[in-house]
Design a protein around this ligand. Structure first.
Ligand code: PMP
Length: 402
C-alpha cells in the first residue's frame, strides 16, 4: 500500500495555494517515470494505466523520444512562422502518410486538442455556412469554441452564451444525424470512439453513414481523433478501421508523446484550400521541438510494432478481465489500448482511489466505468499485474460503499 508523506502533503497544499482551482486538488505529486511506471515524490511506484490520458504513447523516458528532444533542443528550439524547419516539414509529411491523406492534403500544427478543434471550426466557416452538428456526450475541448461543441452541461453552462448554430444529436443514431444535417451545416464533428463519454463506440457503419450524409448535404465530415489517433486503437487512426475517408481530422495527445502538439489534417486540395494565407496562425504551432518529438513517436510506433502490440495487448486485457468472471465487472469496451472496464455499481471513483493505493493509476471516466489508456509500450505482464489485483480492489470498494 502506498503512503503519502507529510512533505508530499505540503507540496499539494502549495499547489492549492498557487493555482486556479479548475482541476480541484491533484491526487499525487509525481516525480519521474520509466516505461509504463511513474513514481511519486515519496518514491511510491505506480503502473500508469492512463498514460497522461492517452498522451504518453511511448511511456515515460523512452530513449528515442528523450534523444530526439535533446538533440533538437541543442540545435534549435523555436523559430517564428516566418520560417520553417526540417523537423516541421518531416512531421507534416509523416502525419499525412499515416493518415493516408491524398495528394493536396495539408497539416496545420498547433499546441493542443482544443486548438485543433478551433482550427476545424474556422475551416468549416470558410464553406460559407455556420451550422455545426455534434453528438450527445461529445468532448471536443475547453476553449470557448471547442466547449460549444462539447456536450456536457457542467462544462458549458458557466460560459454561455457559446457559439451559435451548434446542434447535439443522439450519439450513434443515423436517422437523428440525417435529420439534423441541412443546407446550413458547415460540418459534422464526431469522435470515432467517444473518450470522455466513457470509451463508447458508435454502431459499426455509423461513420460510413455520416460520410454519406455529409457528402449529400455538402457539409464537411471532421473526425476528432485527438484521443483515438496515433495508434491508440491499434490503427494509426480509428476511422481507418471503418474504411471511411473524412474531410479533416483533429489530432493531439499521443502525437508528441507528452510534448504539447496538436494539428488539423485536411484531406485533399479542396478542403485544404479553404484556409488561406493570413486566416489563421499560432506562435508555437509547428515548433521544431514538438515536431521532433512527434517524428520520434511516429518512427518508434513503427519500429517497435506498437500498432500490432496495441491490438494484442488490448485483446489480452479483455480476455484476462473477462476470465475473472467477477460479479462486479459487466464488460470491457473500446479498442486496442483505449478501454473502459464497466462495473455493475457506480463505484468507479472509489475503485480508482483504492487502485492508486495499490500502485495502479486508472481513471473513473464515469460512475460505473474505469478508463485505461496506458502507454502503447505497456507489456502484457504489466497489464496482468493489474488484472490480478483487480478482484481485491473491487471487493474493497464494495465493502467501503456498503
Ligand atoms: N477532443 C477530444 C476527443 C479529447 O479527448 C480531448 C481531450 N480530452 C480534446 C478534444 C481536447 O484536447 P486538449 O485537452 O489537448 O485541448
Amino acid at each position: 500500500m502506498t503512503e503519502i508523506s507529510a512533505s508530499h502533503q505540503v507540496l499539494l497544499e502549495r499547489y492549492r495555494a498557487s493555482h486556479i482551482g479548475v482541476f480541484g486538488l491533484p491526487g499525487l505529486v509525481l516525480a519521474r517515470g520509466d516505461g509504463a511506471y511513474v513514481w511519486d515524490v515519496d518514491g511510491n511506484r505506480y503502473l500508469d494505466l492512463l498514460g497522461g490520458i492517452a498522451v504518453n504513447a511511448l511511456g515515460h523516458g523512452h530513449p528515442e523520444l528523450v534523444g530526439a528532444i535533446s538533440k533538437q533542443a541543442a540545435e534549435l528550439v523555436h523559430v517564428s512562422n516566418f520560417f520553417t524547419t526540417p523537423a516541421q516539414i518531416e512531421a507534416a509529411e509523416a502525419v499525412l502518410r499515416i493518415a493516408q491523406a491524398p495528394q493536396g492534403s495539408g497539416v496545420f500544427f498547433c499546441n493542443s486538442g482544443s486548438e485543433a478543434v478551433e482550427t476545424a471550426i474556422k475551416l468549416s466557416r470558410r464553406t460559407g455556412r455556420t451550422g455545426i452538428v455534434a453528438v450527445g456526450g461529445a468532448f471536443h475541448g475547453r476553449t470557448t469554441g471547442a466547449v460549444s461543441l462539447t456536450h456536457k452541461e457542467a462544462y458549458r453552462a458557466p460560459f454561455e452564451p457559446l457559439l451559435p448554430g451548434v446542434l447535439h444529436v443522439a450519439p450513434g443514431d443515423v436517422e437523428a444525424l440525417r435529420a439534423a444535417v441541412g443546407p446550413d451545416t458547415a460540418m459534422v464533428l464526431l469522435e470515432p470512439i467517444q473518450g470522455e463519454a466513457g470509451v463508447v463506440a458508435p454502431p459499426v457503419g455509423y461513420l460510413a453513414a455520416a460520410r454519406e450524409i455529409t457528402r449529400d448535404a455538402g457539409a464537411l465530415l471532421v473526425l476528432d481523433e485527438i484521443q483515438t489517433g496515433i495508434g491508440r486503437t491499434g490503427a494509426w487512426f480509428a476511422h481507418q478501421l471503418e474504411g471511411v475517408v473524412p474531410d479533416a481530422i483533429t489530432i493531439a495527445k499521443g502525437l508528441g508523446g507528452g510534448v504539447p502538439i496538436g494539428g488539423l489534417v485536411t484531406f485533399g486540395p479542396e478542403v485544404t484550400g479553404l484556409l488561406t494565407a493570413g486566416q489563421h496562425g499560432s506562435t508555437f504551432g509547428g515548433n521544431p521541438l514538438a515536431c521532433s518529438a512527434a517524428l520520434a513517436v511516429l518512427a518508434t510506433i513503427e519500429s517497435e510494432g506498437l500498432l500490432e502490440h496495441a491490438v494484442a495487448a488490448g485483446d489480452f486485457l479483455v480476455d484476462r478481465v473477462e476470465a475473472l468472471a467477477h460479479p462486479l465487472v459487466t464488460g470491457v469496451r473500446g479498442a486496442g489500448l483505449l478501454r473502459a472496464i464497466t462495473l455493475a455499481q457506480p463505484i468507479a471513483p472509489a475503485v480508482a482511489r483504492l487502485a492508486r493505493s495499490h500502485g495502479f493509476i486508472v481513471n473513473p471516466v464515469a460512475a460505473d466505468a474505469l478508463r485505461l489508456a496506458p502507454p502503447l509500450v505497456i507489456t502484457t505482464d504489466q497489464l496482468a499485474t493489474f488484472v490480478d489485483a483487480l478482484p481485491a480492489i473491487l471487493d474493497e470498494a464494495v465493502k467501503e460503499s456498503a
